[in-house]
Design a protein. Structure first.
Length: 496
């Protein structure tokens, strides 16, 4: 594991580029995993003879654990070291991938996906903080743009690779993680150096963690299955109540805890608060799109996994092309206009996807995917740079964890809402048959209810994008913590 071996002048050495390379390996692994898994879901459904309920947990269980633990992971990183924590994340993620590949049934696959979420939390909480530590503010947007470009490349390759790997059995998508994880763990252990003196007083806010888990899980379960089992079913109502009751108690506990899970003081900075709110809404708007399009392509249109993967590539092309460009522009011109424009473009793309029918020409599907991807590419780097740039160095682990927690919460809500809207549109048995491929396209059934639900899910994304654009406009001017720290001293010296 890495230690505080010697000080590194990150702004003047090549070390920062090594940090970017190592964190990009983690980003690539995570983005590949998401795409390959989603494209393999129909095969998993058939092979393990499972249902939509288990399928939700296979997809979202990882994200739920990572979301709940990412703040604790950031706090631990601030206390024991970000390099150590990041390396440990690779080790856990890789070991869990092996166990997922060996899982004999859906229950064990879900269990090991939850363990994978622990590794994912350690990787997510530290990657952005490590990059922020290593790069000077004038280059931070560019660095985060390159990181986002790698994520975009993984998002393009994931469904394509997943379609190809699924031909050899769905377990190969987890085996594929192993060499990447091993390379990442070795590289992180050998290269990363602790850049910030850490506080060794470790204290975990267990009550806050439990409240957050209960509230988010309740909301997820209620949104996902209210349409199937009935919105007045006792446990669906209980899920909503768990969220409504837990949320204010969680905020009260965090406001009064001396070592809170969520450092609410960070939200006193308007740029940090509005940037994170925008990131949350952006995640709700776009993260269910890939999941919904897999339903559409492999289910309603009856495409095979390889073809479906190729047809999903435009969704990430805009992201990979525009992320580094928008990062450089953010370093020069600030984040507000770019992030707001990105949200508006994402909303336009989602509105375009609302026109899809089972016989829509592929060029239309590709075009609207490209627009959604372009919006994400324009939004991500400037927003991340703005949010992380105002966090004090000794709180960047918690700051990065907070950002990832809200983004992952948006992902959980997005997927749960997508499943809820689609599964409410038709008999769950027919839905499973369509999604698993045992029912080819619309043969013998009407897919109109399914398509209407798909349009409604995309409409929810349009609304989230509009709200995100409004929140982005309220963030104030782009600035950095270092700039705010130096300004009073310059003013005292008479420098304007």
């Amino acid at each position: 594991m890495s230690t505080l071996r010697h000080p590194v002048d990150s702004a003047a050495s090549s070390y920062r580029w090594w940090v970017l390379a190592v964190t990009s390996v983690g980003a690539l692994m995570a983005s590949l995993t998401g795409g390959t898994l989603i494209i393999a879901l129909p095969e998993i459904l058939r092979d393990l003879h499972t249902d939509i309920f288990s399928l939700l947990w296979i997809v979202v269980g990882y994200t739920l654990v990572a979301t709940v633990l990412v703040l604790n992971a950031g706090r631990i990183a601030d206390m024991v070291g970000r390099a150590r924590s990041y390396t440990l994340g690779f080790v856990i993620f890789t070991a869990a991938s092996i166990l997922c590949a060996l899982a004999p049934d859906a229950t064990q696959l879900i269990a090991w996906r939850l363990v994978q979420g622990i590794g994912g939390a350690l990787l997510m909480a530290n990657a952005t903080a490590l990059v922020t530590d290593a790069f000077p503010r004038p280059e931070l947007g560019k660095a985060l743009g390159i990181n986002a470009m790698v994520i975009g490349a993984g998002a393009i390759l994931g469904p394509i690779l997943g379609g190809w790997l699924t031909g050899y059995g769905w377990r190969t998508i987890f085996w594929f993680n192993v060499p990447i994880g091993l390379v990442g763990a070795v590289a992180a252990g050998l290269i990363l150096v602790e850049q910030v003196q850490h506080d060794k007083r470790i204290e975990i806010d267990w009550l806050g963690s439990i409240l957050y888990f209960v509230g988010l899980m309740g909301l997820m379960m209620a949104l996902a299955f209210g349409g199937v089992y009935g919105w007045t079913t006792w446990w669906v109502v209980g899920g909503f109540l768990a969220f409504v009751v837990s949320a204010p108690i969680f905020l009260w506990v965090e406001a009064h805890h001396h070592a809170p899970l969520l450092d609410l003081s960070l939200f006193r900075d308007r740029l940090f608060a509005m940037g994170n709110l925008t990131g949350f809404l952006n995640a709700i708007a776009r993260n269910g799109v890939l999941f919904l399009l897999v339903f559409y392509l492999q289910g309603a249109r009856g495409e095979d996994p390889v073809t479906a993967g190729l047809m999903l590539a435009p969704l990430a092309i805009g992201l990979i092309v525009l992320s580094p460009i928008s990062g450089v522009l953010a370093d020069r011109y600030g984040s507000r206009a770019l992030a707001t424009g990105g949200m508006v473009i994402t909303g336009l793309g989602l509105a375009g996807l609302m026109t899809l029918q089972t016989d829509t020409p592929y060029w239309q599907l590709a075009f609207w995917q490209l627009v959604v991807g372009a919006g994400s590419g324009i939004f991500n780097s400037p927003n991340t740079s703005a949010v992380m740039g105002v966090v004090p160095p000794n709180k960047r682990g918690v700051g990065a964890g907070t950002r990832m927690m809200l983004m992952q919460s948006g992902f959980v809500v997005s997927i749960a809402l997508a499943i809820g809207l689609v599964s409410a549109s038709m008999d769950p048995r027919v839905l499973v048959a369509v999604f698993s491929g045992t029912q080819i396209g619309g043969q013998g059934i009407s897919l109109d209810p399914f398509m209407n639900a798909l349009h409604l899910a995309f409409l929810a994304g349009v609304v989230a994008s509009a709200l995100g654009a409004a929140a982005s406009l309220m963030r104030g001017e782009h600035r950095s913590y270092e700039g705010a720290e130096k300004r009073p001293a310059l003013e005292r010296e008479g420098v304007s």
